[in-house]
Design a protein around this ligand. Structure first.
Ligand code: NAD
Length: 321
């Protein structure tokens, strides 16, 4: 039985990845600085560790009989634009320490395969009509936020260790990911969850405020598709980063419209100033597609699965108050 360590297993994507690896018959250890917020982890073992500390990395990686076959590094100090835009120092400090120590310790302890979760935030801002750019176009780099710079640095750390040690390194640059059991309130939530929450909280006929003017272009990837892509990439021979996300490019206004339709409510949208991020994104998915991976869940279907979960969280939070 293969053994996998999922770092960040108490988080959104890490939690879903643990479930996927369990379905595939792995023995899984999850590690995180906090337990999973929304459901008990399905990992065979769950450790609370602060991966900024090299001793905690070592204990997370230690097994009495041999080592881990696969390590999936998804732990990061992260959130949506509302968090990233005001947390430069935390992101650069905490996530860099996690990646420096996890990569080094995994390589020293003989891990065979190491996955690093990067982001399309490594790319520069784009014009809406620009042709898709490839992974190689990440350099020369000009990310619009420190989160992207930290990801680029961590990619280089992982790549350097992959060159020096017999550790196969796989890197995915995720597009925006959404789905049930992700952060939906508190300031770290990302756009799809924040919008679903605002709509769920609104009265019938009410108004929701949305940051920006709705014209920013994004790709939103349903979490089941993303974790399928992570595992496909991990088991491939694809060296170097691969963009991982849906092919469906939409505006923020499209996302809002979809969520309102799914809610079945009559809602007015008011666009207000706020941290929006880049204007547009358009990346080639040829590398990941070469593995036979393609997303199965449309934005409409993904929001139809996500909105009821967030609506239920909103309802439960109201009952507690
Ligand atoms: P998340 O915040 O839900 O999960 C990250 C987890 O890391 C959290 O559970 C957090 O507690 C844990 N963590 C933070 N500091 C830690 C520490 N010092 N020690 C141990 N654990 C620690 O985020 P997510 O959406 O699941 O993202 C997972 C990964 O994917 C991250 O690396 C993120 O940057 C990357 N990513 C996510 C998206 C997205 O849309 N969600 C997009 C691009 C990249």
């Amino acid at each position: 039985m293969k053994r996998a360590l999922v770092c960040g297993a108490g988080g959104f994507i890490g939690g879903h990845l643990v479930k996927k690896l369990k379905r595939e018959g792995y023995w899984v250890r999850g590690v995180d600085i906090k337990p999973h917020e929304f459901s008990p982890s399905q990992a065979d073992e769950f450790m609370l560790r602060d991966l900024r500390d090299p001793d905690h990395c070592r204990s997370a990686l230690a097994l009495s009989n041999g080592g881990f076959d696969e390590v999936y590094q998804l732990a990061a100090d992260m959130g949506g634009m509302g968090f990233i835009s005001v947390s430069d120092c935390e992101v650069l400090h905490n996530s860099a320490l996690i990646n420096i120590h996890m990569t080094h310790t995994a390589a020293e302890m003989g891990v065979a395969r190491y996955f690093f979760s990067s982001s399309v935030c490594v790319y520069r801002d784009m014009r809406s009509e620009e042709a898709p750019i490839t992974e190689d176009d990440g350099i020369p780099a000009n990310p619009d936020n420190e989160y992207g710079w930290e990801k680029l640095y961590a990619e280089r750390v992982a790549t350097a260790y992959g060159r020096r040690y017999p550790m196969q390194v796989r890197i995915a640059r995720f597009e925006n990911c959404y789905g049930p059991e992700g952060t939906w309130t508190g300031g770290r939530e990302k756009a799809p969850a924040a919008l679903c929450r605002k709509i769920a909280e609104a009265e019938e006929g009410g108004t929701v405020e949305v940051w920006g003017d709705g014209t920013a272009i994004r790709v939103f990837t349903y979490v089941d598709d993303l974790v399928d892509g992570i595992v496909a990439l991990m088991h491939s021979n694809l060296d170097g980063p691969a963009n991982l996300g849906s092919e469906e490019r939409v505006t923020v206004a499209d996302l809002v419209r979809t969520a309102i339709e799914v809610s079945g409510k009559r809602i007015t949208v008011r666009y207000v100033p706020g941290p929006v991020g880049v204007r547009a994104r358009n990346f080639s998915k040829a590398r990941i597609a070469s593995l036979g991976w393609k997303p199965a869940v449309s934005l409409q279907e993904g929001i139809a699965r996500t909105y009821p979960w967030i609506e239920a969280q909103v309802g439960a939070a109201r009952r507690v108050k």
